[in-house]
Ligand binder design. Structure first.
Ligand code: HEC
Ligand code: HEC
Ligand code: HEC
Ligand code: HEC
Ligand code: HEC
Length: 493
């Protein structure tokens, strides 16, 4: 074990309790000593004097690349597109639709691949354009060109997770990042996007003076503070209190999470004040009486789940063992003779030996792959069952409404649709296809199918008592008819 690896393992061990406290309901809050940041020495690519001065204004990764060429070169490889059985990404040729569309490739369309998704998201922007995700290099261009942006009105808040935005926040807030965040959230997308130039860059994860990892997104700072508070830790300051191991998950958790835009000011918010499990997130939305949109077929106050990688990972055996996103997606590699953290953030299935071998040395790559795909295959079967159940419930509610059932009679079945659909989507939208927490994913999908079944039972027999208390959440008004010239005013997430 070399020194770097050793200090990493020690850091992981020190943080194990902190992360463990997160995954279990009853564990005592971590002590001060466990919360103290763990320092890890930064290995510079070149021991020579700095070639460039990196400041809080340097958002161009090429400039950082002069100082740290190995990390920069691997970072540039996030343009690579390679499919795995259930993930990765595949390049399909694309003909540009005009000057605003510089894309030459796109990924496959998820809604064309699976028409059930259109039924589930009927009336919502996701039913017009939704593709498989790809590498970080594409995040800004893919957002600027999606029909969800070009054919719908969106706020600047979308950019939080699709651009290097730290410098823009600081400028807009005169040095006050939270003020800048508030200003940019509320701007129309077309204006805010002019203030950013790069996809996620070095400055979004590293302090330019020390290279230490740091959290730069106010939405995460606020979300994690609310979550820690729910576990008895008040006033949590992530950049002062997080351990090194936690930061190796938190930097990713700034974007790979469920979110919504709160209120007319479109504040990007992570719904975590009751916890990170799917039921706790629904309880948050129920209490806030929040719905993303009114389902076009059933009239349900529907919710759309978004890439909850951080939340699902948190429920798994790896999180419980303090194994973080970075361990698997950015493992240590030898690049041009140098030991570095791989900055080609991509599917671990494309680099199993580096990603898993450190801990599972006795499993050859073929066996590792088989274990991943077995979990993903089982998750897919259950996902299909849950999705079919939700689609069947939607059809029944639609029929019941057409047959003259009143809104009052439909509160319970529509609420059960909201719950079953959000749970199915929570696993569907999570990008590991169950791997990050196999049993939790199975639990969610099993319960989702059951809630859909209960929705059908209530329609058949109004005296049936569902297993969850029914909450009457008002559905937002439907968007104006497509004939209207102006795009709908209600932004979608
Ligand atoms: C123990 C290893 C491990 C950990 C820890 C882990 N992942 Fe993963 N992740 C995987 C595997 C394996 C896949 C499946 C990749 C595939 O199907 O090609 C995956 C898939 C993904 C995908 C989809 C990638 C693709 O190419 O389709 C994303 C995004 C992702 N993980 C993000 C995260 C984030 C964020 C965290 C931390 C909160 C995390 N992962 C923690 C192993 C891990
Ligand atoms: C909290 C962070 C966050 C915010 C805010 C956010 N995104 Fe994303 N977005 C992601 C992540 C992470 C992915 C990759 C994972 C995935 O696609 O599931 C992604 C993927 C995408 C993609 C590519 C895949 C697809 O869905 O077709 C598009 C386009 C996109 N987002 C558009 C938007 C738009 C439009 C908004 C504002 C309404 C937005 N994003 C707001 C984090 C975010
Ligand atoms: C999404 C977050 C993220 C981005 C963006 C990012 N890094 Fe890193 N970087 C990390 C993580 C995580 C580590 C491992 C740090 C640790 O465990 O202490 C790391 C480590 C490093 C190190 C320490 C040496 C090593 O390889 O472990 C250097 C140098 C570095 N990054 C340079 C860069 C440069 C240059 C860029 C931009 C081209 C960049 N990073 C972009 C997350 C990021
Ligand atoms: C600033 C927001 C942001 C941060 C921070 C971030 N991601 Fe992403 N990530 C995205 C978006 C957006 C996409 C999808 C881009 C697209 O489809 O155009 C994405 C895509 C991915 C993919 C899919 C890659 C592929 O080739 O298909 C993986 C894996 C991933 N991220 C893992 C991570 C990990 C691990 C971290 C932390 C080290 C991280 N991300 C940090 C926003 C972010
Ligand atoms: C930093 C160490 C570490 C890394 C990296 C790591 N794992 Fe693990 N893995 C663990 C630990 C710890 C456990 C829990 C079981 C144990 O204690 O032996 C575990 C458990 C598992 C399990 C059993 C899951 C279950 O639910 O019982 C599988 C499968 C697995 N890992 C696959 C992988 C794959 C595939 C990768 C790479 C993508 C990977 N692991 C990366 C440490 C690691």
């Amino acid at each position: 074990m070399n020194l770097t690896t050793r200090s990493r393992v020690l850091a992981a061990a020190a943080a194990a309790l902190t992360i463990l406290a997160a995954t279990t309901g009853s564990a005592a809050p971590a002590t001060k000593a466990q919360l103290a940041p763990v320092k890890r020495p930064v290995v510079k690519s070149s021991p020579a004097a700095p070639k460039v001065e990196l400041t809080e204004e340097t958002d161009d990764p090429a400039v950082w690349g002069r100082e740290y060429p190995a990390e920069y070169e691997t970072y540039l490889k996030t343009t690579d597109m390679v499919r795995t059985r259930y993930g990765g990404s595949e390049a399909f040729p694309w003909k540009s639709t005009g000057a605003d569309d510089p894309r030459t490739t796109v990924t496959q369309s998820k809604i064309d691949d699976d028409p059930r998704l259109k039924a589930i998201w009927a009336g919502y922007a996701f039913s017009i354009d939704f593709r498989e995700e790809r590498g970080h290099a594409y995040m800004l261009v893919d957002q600027r060109t999606t029909k969800r942006v070009t054919e719908r009105k969106q706020p600047g808040a979308c950019l939080n997770c699709h651009a290097s935005i730290w410098v823009a926040f600081r400028k807009a807030g005169d040095g006050d990042v939270v003020k800048g965040f508030e200003k940019l959230n509320a701007l129309p997308y077309g204006e805010a996007t002019k203030l950013v130039n790069h996809p996620v860059s070095c400055i979004d994860c590293h302090d330019p003076a020390t290279m230490a990892l740091r959290v730069t997104r106010p939405a995460f700072m606020e979300g994690i503070r609310a979550w820690k508070a729910s576990r008895g830790i008040a006033g949590y300051d992530v950049n002062k209190q997080a351990s090194q191991a936690e930061l190796r998950a938190f930097v990713c958790g700034q974007c790979h999470v469920e979110y919504y835009f709160k209120g007319p000011e479109k504040r990007l918010t992570f719904p975590w004040s009751k916890g990170l499990q799917v039921e706790q997130i629904t309880a948050y939305y129920d209490e806030a009486k929040f719905a993303d949109w009114r389902h076009a077929k059933s009239g349900a106050p529907a919710l759309k789940a978004q890439h909850p990688e951080f939340e699902l990972w948190n429920q798994g055996i790896h999180a419980r063992s303090a194994v973080t996103c970075v361990d698997c997606h950015m493992p240590e590699i030898t690049f041009k003779g140098q030991r570095i953290t791989d900055h080609q953030v991509n599917s671990p299935v494309l680099k199993l030996e580096a990603a898993c071998g450190k801990c599972h040395a006795k499993w050859p790559a073929t066996e590792l792959k088989a274990r991943v795909e077995q979990i993903q295959g089982r998750t897919t079967e259950l996902r299909d069952a849950a999705m079919n159940a939700v689609v069947a419930l939607i059809a029944d509610v639609e029929k019941a409404a057409a047959a003259g059932r009143t809104d009052a009679e439909l509160v319970a079945p529509r609420y059960l649709q909201r719950r079953a659909q959000f749970m199915t989507d929570f696993v569907e939208a999570e990008n590991s296809v169950g791997f990050h927490a196999p049993q939790e994913a199975a639990r969610i999908l099993g319960l989702a199918a059951d809630l859909a079944r209960q929705g059908q039972l209530v329609l058949r027999d109004a005296t049936f008592k569902p297993s969850v208390p029914v909450v009457d959440v008002p559905a937002p008004p439907p968007p104006p008819a497509p004939a209207a010239a102006a795009p709908p005013a209600a932004p979608v997430k």
